[in-house]
Design a protein around this ligand. Structure first.
Ligand code: GLN
Length: 538
């Protein structure tokens, strides 16, 4: 039978629960186990697709086109699992389904309630993501124990465990052991309280993972265990790592987390194979050099808004044995102060985005990279901006623009839409899930640099966009030296553009960052960092 691990968090939010869950996934997979992961988010939005990046951070897109929580990115990158639509449920999604069923009369006039209808729907969602061949399902609950909105989930977990043998369900609770600098001591009380809270709901954690800033000695470990009714051996200390988040799985391995989980589940496994991961961590911690990359976007004060992009850049660094330093630049600042802020970087990356704000700054940066032979990688909106910049300054179409900037209007001869709405897409829409979403194929031209980097003729990448390179403008762009490097074989939509006369100028309509992994950097990112490193040496 499949086993289930439920991971909850206590004391404070932002403890790195997703990272810890993903690390456990990696450690179990390193033992040859078939693992799946799922995130349950207690908020009422149906999915994060329409949420503001300031509120939610990046929207992670799966192969099957679901717009999901960014923790799924950790699951894919660390645990190497593939996620899909079933891997992320929100309260909004659960309720939407129940309410639609109620309106259809599926409940035959019965009263529809949180218990049992919502709690049953949560358990169904958990089972939907499970499959007979999956040996361990890891289910992470967003938020903190005690949050009102999280209660139905905790109740669902309790009921779920009641129906199953002890060695099929495990509860892991992640908490914080704060260190008080003034008195020089660590405090265990908040952890005691958060475990008490879980127990109030009928859940006794089997393992406690304590995030701590400073080392925790054995006596304190014993004390935490005693007050929380957890054997000392099952109190795990996850001390802050020194250099890189990629050290977290290795730290948890040293703490014996995965062995203890396997013991709880009565699972006999192979010895873990973490060699590749360890080698990657060594390369990251001891780089042979450094390269600085400018990222010009809109939400630069937030580390989470371009999470997968920053991660993919780090992977590209690991592949080239260099540390990637990121210079975050607000596109609007470039509009005010000019391109001086870009000087000295080895490469420029312009990530995805929406709306008109900041586009002129992005195009200033792209023009600077193009004219100064600085390696450039454009992602989605970054590609669209690169095409318009090229149309304006190379093809002589000074007013070239994207249909996205016209607020419902249409371009004309004087204001040509080099980027235009895709067939079948509404010009203005506030509904989620309405874009071209998920994995689509791209056929690469033999002479393109992308073909060489990918080392494949047809590749599949994930998408999230509504606009495309206007196919009518392809001849003009080509005449002026742009290479249409890749197109979708079915719709003929332009997927990748390149400038062959430039040392490295590649922009893609897709989001390759979602497929990059620490131990296997995405080829476009690996190639980009290589080019940027060489540029830096000149
Ligand atoms: N706003 C652009 C579009 O909808 C690009 C989207 C993106 O960068 N994800 O096509």
């Amino acid at each position: 039978m499949s086993k289930f691990i439920f991971i909850t968090g206590g004391v404070v939010s932002s403890l790195g629960k997703g990272l810890t869950a993903a690390s456990i996934g990696l450690l179990l997979r390193a033992r040859g186990l078939n693992v799946r992961m799922q995130k349950l988010d207690p908020y009422i939005n149906v999915d994060p697709g329409t949420m503001n990046p300031f509120q939610h951070g990046e929207v992670f897109v799966t192969d099957d086109g679901a717009e999901t929580d960014l923790d799924l990115g950790h699951y894919e990158r660390f645990a190497g699992v593939r996620t899909n639509r079933q891997s992320n449920y929100t309260t909004g999604r659960i309720y939407l389904d129940i309410i639609e069923r109620e309106r259809r009369g599926d409940f035959l006039g019965g009263t529809v309630q949180v218990v049992p209808h919502v709690t049953n729907a949560i358990q169904d969602a958990i089972l939907k993501n499970a499959a007979p061949e999956v040996e361990v399902n890891i289910v992470e609950l967003g938020g903190t124990v005690g949050d009102i909105e999280g209660l139905p989930y905790i109740e669902a977990f309790r009921q779920f465990s009641l129906d199953r043998p002890v060695d099929e369900v495990m509860f892991i609770h992640l908490t914080l052991i704060p260190y008080l600098r003034a008195s020089g001591e660590v405090k265990t009380k908040p952890t005691q309280h958060s475990v008490q809270k879980l127990r109030e709901f009928g859940i006794q954690p089997d393992m406690l993972i304590c995030r701590a800033e400073v080392p925790i000695d054995d006596e304190q470990r014993r004390k935490i265990g005693m007050f929380c009714h957890i054997r000392t051996g099952d109190v795990i200390i996850e001390k802050d790592v020194d250099h890189s988040i990629y050290e977290v799985p290795l730290l948890l391995e040293r703490e014996g987390v995965a062995d203890k989980i396997c013991k709880h589940f009565n699972l006999a496994t192979d010895a873990p194979n973490l060699t590749q991961w360890e080698e990657m961590v060594t390369r990251v911690i001891h780089p042979a050099g450094e390269v600085e990359i400018a990222v010009v976007g809109k939400y630069m004060t937030l580390t989470d808004s371009y999470k997968s992009v920053y991660e993919a850049l780090a992977h590209g660094g690991a592949a080239n044995h260099v540390r990637v330093k990121i210079r975050k630049i607000e596109a609007e600042d470039l509009e005010k102060d000019g391109v001086k802020a870009l000087e000295g970087v080895g490469g420029l990356l312009v990530p995805g985005g929406f709306g008109k704000r900041g586009v002129e700054g992005k195009m200033l940066a792209i023009r600077w990279a193009r004219e100064n032979n600085v390696p450039f990688l454009g992602l989605c909106y970054g590609m669209q901006c690169a095409v318009i910049e090229f149309a304006r300054h190379v093809c002589g179409e000074a007013e070239a623009l994207s249909g996205e900037w016209l607020e419902g209007g249409k371009g004309n001869e004087n204001q040509p839409e080099y980027i235009t709405i895709m067939p079948g897409q509404a010009r203005v829409t506030d509904k989620g899930g309405s874009m071209r979403l998920g994995a689509y194929a791209c056929q690469l031209k033999p002479e393109s640099k992308s073909r060489q980097l990918y080392d494949a003729e047809v590749v599949r990448e994930r998408h999230r966009h509504r606009y495309e390179l206007n196919p009518e403008k392809i001849p003009t762009l080509e005449q002026h030296g742009m290479l249409i490097a890749g197109r979708n074989p079915d719709s003929r939509l332009v997927e990748i553009i390149e400038l062959p006369a430039h040392p490295f100028f590649i922009a893609t309509q897709a989001h390759p960052e979602f497929r990059s992994r620490p131990i296997s950097a995405h080829p476009l990112f690996a190639g980009f960092i290589k080019a940027a490193t060489e540029q830096g040496k000149q």
